[in-house]
Structure formats: C-alpha cells, structure tokens
Design a binder for this molecule. Structure first.
Ligand code: 0WD
Ligand code: CA
Length: 356
C-alpha cells in the first residue's frame, strides 16, 4: 500500500496550543544519557565582550567530536524518558512521537534540496518517526568536507561554549566566566527537552536539543526561558542576505515547534572571528520574513501533513518507510519490522505492564 501527500496540500487552519515541557535529559561527555540531572547552561555575554573579536576556530585541533555513527538521533533515549515521566504522571496521550529535527525537516520540505528517508512505526496507539540512519550516515559520509567547512561546523559549538556559562552567573567564579574562550569544545554534551504540543487536530510529543537558559530557570516548564544559538557569516550582499533569511526561517520552525522564544545569532567574518551578536524573538521572525517567506503557509502544510500521517491505523503494529519523491511525501508499508530500531526493552515492558 502506497500513500502520497503533495507538498502543495495544506490544512484549512492550523490552530496551535502552547507547547509544554514534560521532562529534560542530558547526554554527558561519554555519550551516555542521564535522566533527572537537570543540567543546563546559562547565557551570559556582555556587549563589551564583542570588541574582543573572539576566534571561533580557536582550539579546533582539540575538538572532542562525537563520531557520526554515534550521533544519530537515539530514539530509545526518548522512550526511556517517557517511561520515567509516565511512572510519575500516568500515560501520555500523543499521536506522533518524534525528534524535533525530523519535524523541522518536514515543515520546511519545500526548501529541501537533498533526498531524505525516514522510518515510521505504529505502536501502542502512537505513530513514531525517526531518520533512516543508514541512509543518513551514507549521505553524511559521501559529502566530503573541506577543512574550512569543518572549522565552520566547529565554530558553532565554540560559539556556544563562549556565550554560555556552566552554571547560573552568581554561582560562577570570575575565572569560569573569563576563561571560556580557552575551554575545550565538545559536541557530546547536550540537553534534550521533551515537549508536548499540538498542531491542528494532531497531538505531538517532540524531543529536541536545547542550547541553554537565556534569563533564569523557573521551577518547571523552562520552554519560554531557553535560547537557541546559531552562527552566521556577516552579511554584505543580497545573496548572503537571502541565505540568512532561509536560515532564520528554519530556525524559526525549529524554535516554534518546541516553544522556544529567543534566538541568538553570532555573526562571524571569513576568518571566523566573532564580530556581532543579534538577539531575535522567535515570534517576530514571521514578520521579519514577511514578503520573502510565508511562515503561515508552512504551518498549514505541516498541520495537513500531520493530519495525514495520523490517518494511519495506530491500533495495529506496523512499519513503514517514508521518502520524498517528485514533490510528494510517500509512505510505503514495509514487510520488514522496524520496531527494534525504535523501541527499548524498558519501554516495551512498561507499556505491557500497563495493559494487564
Ligand atoms: O535528524 C535529526 N534530528 C538528528 C538528530 C540527526 C542526527 C543527530 N540527532 C541528535 C542530536 O544530536 C540530538 O542528540 O538527536 C538529538 C535531538 O536532535 P534535534 O533537536 O531533533 O535535532 P535538530 O533540531 O536537527 O538540531 C539540534 C541540534 C543542532 O544544533 P543547530 O544549532 O545546528 O540546529 O542538534 C545537533 C546540532 O547541535 N545536531 C547535529 N549535530 C551533528 N550532526 C546533527 C548532525 N547531523 N543534527 C543535529
Ligand atoms: Ca543551536
């Protein structure tokens, strides 16, 4: 059975609810997932520091970089988090469970320039969607990157290290604050937020990486206190302005999906020196992009797509592959089961125990 959804389709309306954070978890320096540690970084970068022109390629040769094979969205880590949440609060009610990054990709499909493949299962009343990791890894490995590109990638993580504190400001020593440019950079450590949201008629549970706290951390539901960090080249011409608009649009989608309110962009020169930081409110981005990119159209397309996914029979367990072909999202039932790639033993036995 093949089902197709055209990128020209959209829902008539796309009502949205305020996203709510259910839990957060961390990936530590060894690549292990840790629940309940509630570790965050905190934004602190006084304007005067801009004059220092920090070098965002500094320490590049010391980058502690997670191997690509280990940096695939680990679906079981979400499900293990859900088990912990449900043990304290009862079963969640959600149609679709996925990584936020997958949903960002789907919502911005009309800007996509490369092929993609996803895997989908229906299980215990949910639709779960993840990357086709083999396809993703092959794609990453077959795209050669120059040293300059690697340094650009590094500069994003370096920027995070430079502007974030490992603890709230009052708990930091002066040395901690002033030596950040010398600290080793890694892309192992992450905080993942698991958020319940809905778009149109579809309930979503999304897990996404959050960069840290912008102002202060409240007791619960940090969502409106997070900041999403990005880096970008300084803008000198039309073409660069256009590229930045596309990046801002994708960042808007990324933040919108989780309910993140602040975006911080570090602008760097060709030599990767940090020259400026601009802060944006997520909610003002659609207005900034007005006449260029219509964010509301993406939202309606996405609402329609989610509704269409949600027509799958969630009461039976089945596996599907999802691809994008000829301006259509194509869903094809698979004879081979993908359950092993999605489900953790912990999740399966927890949900079994709820049914008896
Ligand atoms: O497609 C996905 N969602 C992938 C997720 C592909 C590969 C890895 N992951 C992992 C992430 O590392 C993270 O543990 O899944 C988790 C959650 O990801 P997400 O929030 O759903 O992913 P997304 O919104 O695409 O990206 C958030 C951040 C990125 O920050 P920027 O500012 O660049 O958007 O996750 C990291 C990155 O820091 N990240 C990656 N890092 C290296 N290689 C990658 C990647 N392919 N994808 C995401
Ligand atoms: Ca980021």
């Amino acid at each position: 059975m093949i089902r197709q959804y055209s990128i020209a389709n959209k829902a008539k309306s796309a009502s949205i609810k305020q996203p709510k954070e259910l839990l957060t978890y961390n990936r530590d320096l060894d690549g292990n997932y840790v629940y309940g540690a509630d570790e965050f970084t905190y934004y602190y970068f006084p304007d005067a520091y801009i004059d220092k022109s920090f070098d965002l390629k500094g320490g590049f040769s010391n980058f502690k970089k997670i191997p690509e094979e280990e940096n695939i969205g680990d679906f079981q880590s979400i499900l293990n988090g859900i088990v912990k949440y449900e043990q304290a609060h009862g079963k969640i009610d959600s149609d679709i469970i996925s990584f936020r990054g997958i949903m960002t990709k789907l919502m911005t499909l009309h800007t996509l320039k490369e092929p993609f493949k996803l895997k989908l299962i229906t299980y215990d009343g949910h639709i779960m969607i993840k990357n086709d990791d083999e396809f993703e890894l092959n794609k990453r490995k077959s795209t050669p990157t120059s040293e300059y590109q690697q340094k650009c990638e590094y500069s994003g993580y370096k920027f995070e290290k430079l502007v974030m504190l490992p603890k709230p400001w009052p708990e930091c020593t002066r040395k901690m604050i002033e030596n950040r440019h010398k600290a080793q950079v890694n892309n192992y450590e992450q905080t993942i937020s698991v958020v319940k949201t809905s778009i149109g008629k579809t309930k979503l549970l999304l897990a996404g990486e959050v960069d840290g706290i912008f102002d202060y951390k409240p007791e619960h539901n940090n969502l409106s206190h997070y900041i999403e960090l990005k880096t970008n080249k300084l803008i000198y011409n039309e073409n660069q302005a256009k590229n930045f608009e596309t990046k801002l649009y994708k960042t808007w989608v990324q933040c919108f999906l989780l309910g993140i309110k602040k975006i911080g962009v570090g602008f760097r020169d060709d030599n990767l020196l940090l020259k400026n930081i601009e802060l944006y409110e997520t909610d003002e981005v659609p207005l900034l992009l007005k006449d260029k990119i219509n964010c509301m159209t993406s939202l309606k397309f996405f609402a329609g797509l989610m509704e269409w996914f949600n027509e799958l029979d969630k009461s039976k367990n089945a596996s599907y592959s999802v691809s994008f072909d000829n301006d259509h999202v194509v869903v094809l039932e698979s004879q081979e089961s993908f359950e092993k790639e999605f489900l953790s033993e912990e999740f399966v036995s927890w949900r079994d125990s709820l049914r008896v």
